[in-house]
Design a protein around this ligand. Structure first.
Ligand code: GLV
Length: 307
């Protein structure tokens, strides 16, 4: 049984080296060098090349190198019997929580204003009275870690999930009504949902109209969750008052895109939390060994549900 790394837009040399170091027994292949394609049963993929899966008759498992599986679950080239997994370790979730705490706290404490004050030699003592209410769309691994981080700071946390279940201490909502309640209750609305047909375009005019005036929208899910034109119109109306975007429909964000110089937007280039090579190598070996033992891969997803 061979393991193939297929991550054409990333340098996989270090990942391959770490996997080999951990388990020299693994028959490891790195795309585009497939070797005997019939040996490959496990593929570690990120933006996999067009046509790859059709070349692998013995394929059993495809694991995403990251947390998102949206490029895999709706990939018609992956036969229905193939299991899909993902590698989302504790560091990935902790890094996401750190990014979200950083952007929320920077806004809450108005740190950019102090930078301006400093440049103007202005002594402008100020501190906020109340912590912002956090609304989390999605309470999976990243959502739980993020809820815990804000909870630790005594920020009130609300959550939205399909089942309505969520971590202790989080006021949960579900259904369309619940989604609107969450938007209305939040000072900072954070999207951490997986991308599925149900969640595509969920950040739209309807949702924005429920948001608090001057609130902040943060999208760290996928670009396809957001209806871009609706956001631009909503920002003009002040609901939300500003947005922090880390993911985009087209990445890299095209040079002529209106988001670049919008005064109410803060954008980062899909780096809120990036798969760490060391963590990914450890998890990949663990997932591969599980499959060898006849178990499902790590983070196995329900292909029907899409996450
Ligand atoms: C990053 O976006 C990931 O899905 O891990």
């Amino acid at each position: 049984m061979a393991l193939l790394i297929a991550t054409p837009d990333r340098d996989s040399e270090e990942l391959g080296r770490l996997i080999r170091r951990q388990d020299p027994e693994i028959d490891l292949r790195v795309w585009p060098e497939l070797g005997r394609a019939e040996d490959i049963r496990f593929v570690l993929a990120w933006k996999p090349p067009e046509g790859l899966f059709r070349q692998l008759p013995a394929l059993e498992v495809v694991s995403s190198l990251g947390a998102g599986v949206d490029q895999l679950v709706d990939n018609p080239q992956i036969p229905g019997h193939v299991a899909i997994g993902r590698l989302a370790g504790p560091r990935l979730a902790a890094n996401m929580a750190a990014y979200l705490v950083a952007v929320v706290v920077a806004r809450w404490k108005r740190l950019p204003d102090f930078a301006e004050d400093q440049r103007a030699r202005r002594w402008n003592q100020w501190a906020p009275e109340q912590p912002p209410v956090i609304g989390l769309l999605g309470t999976g691994e990243m959502g739980r870690r993020t809820a815990a981080a804000f909870g630790e700071l005594d920020f009130p946390v609300h959550g939205y999930s399909r089942s309505g279940r969520g971590p202790a201490g989080v006021t949960m909502h579900s259904g369309t009504r619940g989604l609107h309640e969450l938007a209305g209750a939040s000072d900072c609305l954070i999207n951490l949902l997986p991308l599925t047909p149900e969640t595509r375009d969920i950040l739209d005019a309807d949702l924005f109209s429920q948001m608090r005036e001057g609130s902040t929208l943060i999208n760290v899910g996928r670009g396809e969750h957001l209806v871009e034109a609706d956001l631009l119109a909503a920002l003009d109306r002040g609901r939300p008052g500003c947005a922090v975007l880390d993911v985009f429909r087209e990445e890299p964000l095209p040079q002529d895109h209106p988001f670049w110089d919008h005064p109410k937007l803060f954008i980062t280039p899909h780096c809120a939390s990036i798969t760490l090579t060391r963590e990914a190598a450890e998890l990949a070996v663990e997932s591969y060994r599980r499959v060898m033992d006849g178990k499902p891969p790590l983070g196995v997803v329900d292909r029907e549900r899409g996450y």
